[in-house]
Ligand binder design. Sequence first.
Ligand code: NAP
Ligand code: F7E
Length: 362
Amino acid sequence: MKKAIITGVTGQDGSYLAELLIEKGYDVHGIIRRSSVDYRERIAHLEGNPQFHLHYGDLIDSTSLISVIAMVRPDEIYNLAAQSHVQVSFDVPEYTADVVATGVLRVLEAVRMCGLADTCKIYQASTSELYGKVEEVPQSETTPFHPYSPYAVAKQYGFWIVKEYREAYNMFCCSGILFNHESERRGETFVTRKITLAAARIAQGKQEKLYLGNLSSLRDWGYAKDYVECMWLILQNDKPEDFVIATGVQHSVREFCQLAFHEAGIELEFKGEGMDEKGYDKATGKVVIEVSPDFYRPTDVVNLWGDPTKAKTELGWNPAKTSFEELVKIMVQHDMKKVAVERAGEYVACNLEEYLEKGVVK
Ligand code: NAP
Ligand code: F7E
């Protein structure tokens, strides 16, 4: 039985990857942070499974990483843990660098210190944010990097230190350069989930308006469940290499809103430009989407579009398994059910101040 460690197992991707590896017969060891309350919603269904084990550890604490790696002696490590919110990285740049940049180094060094450099394969969760202020469209493995946020700069260190350890110590460590991938388990402050939850709440009369930032931002959005398959494939490849994982299809935030609200039963019409742009419910004429400067970033990445040819041809991965339309449908259908059981009045944001206070800050 192969043994795998997943850092960030409580996150969106970690939970799907744990399910996939269990299905494939692995003994899965997840690393979780110690906290005074348990927040393990995404993995609650796996607890009690004899193939699933949890250990305390933190990417900013090498001792904890060394002790888990020494005890488990894994065949594979998937390093998914991160402060993964781009806008938050402008507020906590130092912490972001510690987890997202130095954290990768700590994992690599822990593997070496435990004498596993020749046997343990390592997957690093890299990101399309490395292309940032894009120098080429679409972006592939040969596109130059131009990181454009503290998060992206930290991830760039992670990418290069993985490459360095591969060349210096002949370790099997690789980066998956993953474009945005979403799901019904996506964190609620990322734009897609913020939209699908708001569409459901507005459709059910539990929220008045949704406040967003740049509606014209373009993303290549895929389904997280399909993307974790690729993480596994990257480590099963003959040679350690880096891969772009994307669908090859691009949409704007505005288009995501239109489709999500349509799935929730509301036809949207956008009028106005820039900060004055508004989304109207065509049937009632009411404004349901407004733009707020609170959700703009000091520097924003606005044109991400991936070329998944290498992953398709060399790994046999299918980038078209779940279409954009199916992804939005899955998320909205899930959130319509979730919102239906929320207590009335539990979530009604009538103005921006209230919206911000309710914690949907980013
Ligand atoms: P996520 O939902 O935000 O999950 C992040 C995970 O990292 C959580 O389990 C979190 O634990 C854990 N974590 C944060 N700080 C930690 C620390 N100091 N020590 C240990 N664990 C820590 O992120 P995701 O969407 O699943 O993404 C997974 C990885 O892929 C991340 O590295 C992200 O940067 C990268 N990525 C994501 C995308 C995407 O579109 N989703 C695209 C490219 C790359 P808690 O539950 O305790 O907070
Ligand atoms: O923003 C715009 C925002 O926060 C997408 C992470 O998983 O993917 C994710 O990072 C776009 C940006 O994701 C709002 O300005 C407009 O242009 O959903 P997001 P992200 O920044 O692309 C990459 C690949 C990762 O690696 C990251 O870990 O949408 N946008 N209005 C907004 N974004 C948010 N969050 N909230 C808004 O109100």
